[in-house]
Design a protein around this ligand. Structure first.
Ligand SMILES: CCCCCCCCCCCC(=O)SCCNC(=O)CCNC(=O)[C@H](O)C(C)(C)COP(=O)(O)OP(=O)(O)OC[C@H]1O[C@@H](n2cnc3c(N)ncnc32)[C@H](O)[C@@H]1OP(=O)(O)O
Length: 193
């Protein structure tokens, strides 16, 4: 697939391995924040996506498409499909031990995704250049080897935890920092929260 240059790393780019402290393949990553629309476990109307660590710097995420995710009747909304990809691609930062935010996300919708189906998303890092983290993802219908329904390419930019501390709404940041799991994650990334 041809891509705009801003989503394609240089040909000689380093494709990194996982950080030595990254969880091993098969590990299910919990929610990174309970208020996250993508992965928050208790969030009403959230996507509640579950993500497992794959080989190298890759993850597998499943999106069970329900009636609350419709755009056209009986079909998944494209924006929510993009959200699921954003979440899966964003999880790669955990394997690199690098907080990062989405700078660009391109999504190709190849096939309709009906309500009741499960989208099996596989995302992998294609290279890191300075603060720029490149990745791709593919979403298959109803099985890890099912027909391709959606493809995506992304550029995430590495940020320090101060990005979240100084830009987020203060009451939400304060509440998040009262959660020991968030504090633990920040410390694991060896950045002063
Ligand atoms: C507590 C729990 C935490 C939990 C943390 C987990 C969070 C995961 C959440 C899921 C993911 C999300 O939804 S994230 C939310 C949506 N995204 C955002 O809100 C990001 C908003 N944008 C920004 O804050 C900013 O624009 C940044 C950080 C992306 C970049 O700003 P910056 O830091 O000033 O860096 P800048 O110099 O501009 O860019 C660095 C390099 O990237 C390139 N670059 C930057 N943007 C782009 C772009 N759109 N397209 C192409 N290239 C770009 C630049 O050309 C440059 O290349 P070169 O000159 O070096 O070659």
């Amino acid at each position: 697939m041809s891509r705009p240059s801003s989503l394609t790393p240089s040909p000689d780019v380093e494709v990194p391995g996982p950080h030595p402290s990254a969880p091993p393949p098969g590990t299910e990553l919990g929610e990174h924040y309970d208020g996250c629309f993508g992965c928050g476990e208790e969030l009403e109307n959230g996507l509640r996506l579950r993500t497992r660590v794959g080989e190298g710097v890759s993850v597998d995420t499943e999106f069970v498409v329900g009636p609350g995710h419709q755009g056209a009747p009986g079909l998944a909304h494209g924006g929510l499909l993009s959200c699921a990809f954003d979440e899966a691609l964003g999880a790669l930062g955990y394997l690199l031990h690098q907080p990062a935010v989405t700078a660009r996300l391109e999504t190709d919708f190849k096939r309709p995704v009906p309500v009741g189906s499960t989208l099996f998303i596989h995302a992998w890092c294609t290279g890191v250049e300075g603060r720029k983290i490149y990745a791709k993802a593919v979403g298959r219908l109803n099985a890890p080897d099912g027909p391709v329904a959606v493809e995506a390419a992304s550029l995430f930019v590495a940020v320090g935890f101060e990005h979240f501390m100084s830009n987020g709404r203060p009451e939400d940041v304060r509440r998040a920092m009262q959660n020991p799991d968030v504090v633990k994650a920040a410390r694991a990334f060896e950045v002063n929260p």
